[in-house]
Design a protein around this ligand. Structure first.
Ligand code: CTP
Length: 400
């Protein structure tokens, strides 16, 4: 099958890149996501090219043709090059094959000299198509695995058994494509999910996080997280469906990069709480997890003051996850915690007669709880409150 040249010309950089390839005698193909999206009639922002020939000359010549400096050209040890141009990234890779030295390990790559071999290392049939952009075969679709048919039938199909053992993160990718396009999993893909779950423990947290970040910006992220739970892709953990849906509602209007509260829903449900902290987690991520575990010890009908006692300094992500899991006062606390900021500071309290030392902290917490409960709203209210506390006791006692 040939892609009509007018369809290819819609992608403004294709004529530029293909004429550079022709001049240099390099074979050039458009591959993967952009081919899939083009066949689906969707706009594509990515340009993924495979070359057979001199990758360095190709990348530098394209940069030169586009008037981009050499600093905007980067190379990796995985035989790839990238040209940054007006906010988009034009990605080139030399045709390559991958070997996985052990399950879930990063692949060892070596160059190959046929596009068919390169396509064979890919994840799903719909991502394993290429369009020839060389002069001789311009526009020819190369589809050796039945990708076009699967695209028409709406199927996510792995290329070979063991695909998710080689790379368990493909489990996340399968879900992402299935939900993004409204496709179903083929039987071959369904059986691979066991491999993804069984070998995910060998995948670093940073790689898993990268998949969650990419998923949380998707429009149908709720369905995606539900399937991550169904297939237990996140280190074997599951999350309640109602909480996933509720969290998405609570996040409405915020930027869509929030993956951490979704992750916390899974942690909350994890059978083995000693396993939830992982290497490579940031301090904030660990903090969010530890504070959530503490908050989950609270009774279901905990008062705002009790919740505040545990989550006073917790990251907002913890509050979001807890609110999604428990609703009620936990949701109220999510909304009200921003109010729990005192106008009076330690020095002011000393001036008002609060004794130095622990009494200051105790008084501040009391004021915060009054603010949470809506009993204090202004600086004047705070001063009044402090005075009444001082007149009741010599030193404030916790009555929350
Ligand atoms: N790929 C793969 N296995 C992976 C990651 C990527 O086989 N674990 C291949 C696929 O052929 C994919 C291509 O590399 O199409 C580029 O990867 P990526 O940019 O992540 O995927 P896109 O298909 O461009 O996806 P998206 O639309 O989500 O950006």
């Amino acid at each position: 099958m040939k892609i009509p040249p007018e369809d290819l010309r819609k992608y403004k950089l294709i004529p530029v890149v293909s004429s550079v390839a022709a001049e240099l005698g390099i074979r050039l193909y458009l591959v993967g996501g952009p081919v899939r999206d083009m066949l689906l009639g969707k706009e594509t922002l990515d340009y993924d090219f495979v070359v057979i020939g001199d990758l360095r000359s190709m990348a530098f010549s394209v940069a030169e043709r586009l008037g981009v400096g050499r600093n905007d050209v980067t190379f990796s040890k995985f035989l790839t090059a990238s040209v940054r141009y007006r906010g988009i990234s034009i990605d080139f890779a030399h045709a390559r094959v991958e070997e996985y030295p052990s399950p879930a390990a990063l692949p060892v790559v070596r160059p190959c000299y046929s596009i068919e071999e390169d396509l064979g290392r890919r994840d799903f049939t719909i991502n394993a198509m290429a369009v020839d952009l060389s002069k001789e075969g311009f526009g020819t679709l190369i589809d050796i695995f039945g990708g076009l048919e699967d695209l028409k039938d709406g199927v996510i199909r792995v290329l070979h058994a063991g695909s998710f053992r080689d790379d368990p993160t493909r489990g996340f990718r399968a879900v992402r494509y299935a939900k993004r396009f409204g496709f179903r999993y083929s039987d071959e893909t369904l059986s691979e999910f066991d491999n993804a779950r069984n070998y995910m423990g060998l995948v670093s947290f940073v790689r898993v996080k990268n998949e969650l970040v990419r998923s949380s910006v998707e429009e149908r992220r709720v369905e995606m997280f539900i399937d991550f739970s169904r297939f237990r892709l996140i280190y074997g953990m599951q999350a309640p469906e109602h909480a996933i849906r509720r969290l998405d509602v609570l996040l409405d209007g915020r930027d869509r990069s929030h993956w951490l509260p979704f992750y916390l829903l899974f942690v909350a449900n994890s059978a083995d709480k000693t396993e939830v902290l992982r290497d490579q987690m940031t301090r904030k991520e660990k903090n969010a997890i530890m504070s959530l575990l503490l908050a989950l010890e609270l009774p279901m009908n905990a008062e705002l003051s009790e919740i505040h006692g545990v989550l006073r300094n917790a990251p907002e992500e913890t509050l979001l996850a807890l609110a999604a899991l428990r609703g009620g006062n936990c949701e109220l606390y999510l909304r009200r915690r921003p109010l729990a900021v005192t106008a009076l500071k330690g020095d002011d309290l000393i001036k008002l007669g609060v004794p130095r030392g622990q009494a200051i902290q105790r008084m501040l917490k009391l004021i915060e709880v009054e603010r949470l409960n809506g009993r204090i709203k202004t600086l004047q209210d705070e001063i009044q409150f402090v005075k009444s506390q001082l007149s009741r006791n010599d030193e404030p006692t916790s009555n929350s």
